[in-house]
Design a protein around this ligand. Structure first.
Ligand SMILES: [Zn+2]
Length: 82
C-alpha cells in the first residue's frame, strides 16, 4: 500500500524537475556528464543521481548501469586529458 502512495508522488516531483529525496530543483543539480547526445546525468545536493532525457524533457532516477557507464566515460576522458 505504501508503494501505491509513494510512486505517483515521485513521478509528480520528477515531472516538475524536482529531486524526489530533498525536493530541490534538478535544474540546479550538478551536471556530471553526457550518457549520449540526448541524455545527461546530474547529481543532486543529496547525492541522488538522475538522467535527463532531452527528447522526453524529463528526469528519471539513474540506474546502476547508467552510473557505471558514466563513471567509465569520465575515466576515459580523464585519461585523454593527461
Ligand atoms: Zn536531492
Amino acid at each position: 500500500m505504501f508503494k501505491f502512495i509513494i510512486r505517483p508522488f515521485q513521478s509528480v516531483l520528477l515531472e516538475r524537475k524536482l529531486c524526489v529525496g530533498c525536493t530541490n530543483s534538478l535544474e540546479n543539480a550538478k551536471r556530471l556528464g553526457n550518457l549520449s547526445n540526448n541524455r545527461f546525468m546530474v547529481e543532486c545536493k543529496c547525492k541522488r543521481r538522475y538522467v535527463f532525457d532531452k527528447e522526453l524533457n524529463q528526469y528519471q532516477r539513474a540506474t546502476f548501469a547508467e552510473e557505471q557507464q558514466l563513471l567509465r566515460q569520465l575515466e576515459k576522458e580523464r585519461q585523454h586529458s593527461k
